[in-house]
Ligand binder design. Structure first.
Ligand code: FES
Length: 140
């Protein structure tokens, strides 16, 4: 190998290494590695005494919103807060004593059943338990 051939290989290798050093972080940024979603089976939704009768609270169940309701007679109920129509977040309406979706006026009763408006299915129910001063919600 002559001197020119050596420098051609040397420069070509350097340019290739520089290109890889620039492109690799860009590709990793644009296409991030898959990370498994942690599955959540139980969360603390509220503290005892936080909700008054006939009220509700939105909380996070993993990455999704959920709703904890204290019925007018003091029972706790919990459901996914994702409307079964087009995935808006529902809320509790103390005036109607129902779970209500403001997006298209969908109504659910306090058992999560769709009772009027466009929602095609009931809300998925969670089980509620009280441990100490914490209200725990878990997948039923
Ligand atoms: S998204 Fe809830 S009623 Fe349409």
């Amino acid at each position: 190998m002559n001197r020119r051939g050596f420098f051609d290989i040397f420069l070509g290798g350097g340019i290739a290494a520089l290109g890889a050093a620039v492109l690799y972080p860009l590709v990793r940024f644009v296409i991030p590695p898959e990370q498994p979603e942690a599955t959540v089976s139980q969360v603390v939704a509220a503290k005892v005494g936080e909700l008054a009768p006939n009220s509700g609270k939105i909380f996070r169940f993993g990455k999704d919103p959920a709703i904890l309701v204290m019925t007018p007679n003091g029972q706790y109920r919990a459901f996914t807060a994702i409307c079964t129509h087009l995935d808006c977040t529902v809320q509790y309406s103390s005036e109607m004593q129902q779970i209500w979706c403001a997006c298209h006026n969908g109504h659910y009763d306090l058992n999560g059943n769709n009772i009027s408006g466009p929602p095609p299915a009931p809300l998925a129910a969670y089980s509620v338990s009280v441990r100490g001063d914490q209200i725990l919600v878990s997948k039923a």
